[in-house]
Structures are given as structure tokens and as C-alpha cells.
Design a protein around this ligand. Structure first.
Ligand code: VGL
Ligand code: ZN
Length: 202
């Protein structure tokens, strides 16, 4: 059992990020058995769920002429335009059926505001709109977080960076994550988060 001041944060283990899904991450489903096992070690477990309205600004389909995986400029900075994914209430947005959701005490939904994407479990992509997770973890006395899930180089890495900036001890278990790896995004994510003090473990 880990210390009671440590939380396991399971990022976006949803059907659309697994093989066959709308924004499938290669091998996304391979991590689920290990994540289920890790849950036995933690007393605080949080799941995040990417949860977009169909007209979400991060969807290429909502930008006429734009190709999926191209970049656009949002008021808060550059934004990748994704294939439509994790639309609220759809099967693609549901947790993968193999994920054990029973031990989780909190599900944080993110990306539900039409005009802002939200990679991080703590802040939306404008870097100021809070999801409420920091308040929850603070009230539960959590000082360190272990991050696992999908995708390593987007939602996991952005969550890790914010957690480090908020003062948590942060560990990413890379073997319990899978990456999209778009234009070197995985290497960039590793460099940025390590510079912020995030520990990458197998
Ligand atoms: C994610 C791209 C778009 C993720 C979510 O979970 O990493 N990536 N929405
Ligand atoms: Zn998304």
C-alpha cells in the first residue's frame, strides 16, 4: 500500500482512445490490466474522462476545410484539431469496459466547454480555468500523484506539468501509458515535464 497522501490519477481510459475508437492510441487497451492492479495500492483514486460537446472547438470537423491533426490558433494559443472524439453520452466517451472503475472516488470530466480544450486534469488549455481537482486533492490531504493512462504526450503530460507546478510530487508510470506521438510530441512532453521535476518510471 502506498502512503495515504498519494493518489492514483487515471487519465482518459476511454473507448475512443483505445483501438477501434475515434482517436485511437496504439496499444491503448494494453495498459488496463496494469492500471486495475495499481488500484490495490492506493487509497485515493481519481479517473478523468474527456467529455466534449459535439460542436467542440477542438474538433477538425467544426472548422470547415481543416484536416484532423492540423494546428489552429485559439485565443489561448495553438491547438491541435482532433478527429471528433469522446462526445458526451456516446459509447466512445465511456470508460473502456475492462477498466475497473469501482475503486475510484471521483471522476473529473473535462473539455465540456465548447470553446476551450482541456488536456490537463487540473486546468483547461487556457491555463487558468480550474477543473476543481486541486481543491479535491488538497482537501483529501494528497501531496503526491502517480499518473497513468492516455495519452502520454497530451493529457498525461499536461496533467503532470500542472501537478508539478501546483507543488505535488509527480510520477508518470510510462508502461501504464500510451502515446499519440504527433510531430515529436512525446519527446517534447518528456523534456518539459522532467524540467519541471516530474519523475518518469517504467
Ligand atoms: C487527449 C487529445 C484530445 C488525451 C484528449 O486524452 O490525451 N488527446 N483529447
Ligand atoms: Zn479531447
Amino acid at each position: 500500500m502506498r502512503n495515504p497522501d498519494e493518489a492514483l490519477i487515471v487519465i482518459d481510459v476511454q473507448n475512443d482512445f483505445c483501438p477501434g475508437g475515434a482517436l485511437a492510441v496504439a496499444g491503448g487497451d494494453e495498459i488496463i490490466a496494469r492500471i486495475n492492479g495499481l488500484m490495490d495500492d492506493f487509497q485515493t483514486i481519481v479517473l478523468t474522462q474527456d467529455w466534449h460537446p459535439a460542436n467542440h472547438a477542438s474538433f477538425a470537423a467544426n472548422h470547415p476545410g481543416a484536416a484532423p491533426f492540423s494546428l489552429t490558433e485559439m485565443p489561448y494559443g495553438p491547438q491541435v484539431l482532433w478527429p471528433s472524439h469522446c462526445v458526451q453520452g456516446t459509447a466512445g466517451a465511456a470508460f473502456h469496459p475492462a477498466l475497473n472503475t469501482d475503486p475510484a472516488q471521483l471522476v473529473i470530466r473535462k473539455g465540456f466547454r465548447t470553446d476551450i480544450d482541456s488536456y490537463s486534469a487540473f486546468f483547461e488549455n487556457d491555463k487558468t480555468t480550474a477543473t476543481g481537482l486541486h481543491g479535491y486533492l488538497t482537501e483529501r490531504g494528497i501531496r503526491a500523484v502517480t499518473l497513468v493512462g492516455l495519452a502520454t504526450d497530451y493529457c498525461v503530460a499536461y496533467s503532470a506539468l500542472d501537478a508539478a507546478r501546483l507543488g505535488y510530487g509527480v510520477r508518470v508510470l510510462e508502461g501504464a501509458c500510451r502515446a499519440i506521438d504527433l510531430d515529436g510530441s512525446l519527446a517534447k512532453a518528456r523534456t518539459l515535464t522532467q524540467a519541471a521535476g516530474v519523475i518518469w518510471a517504467a
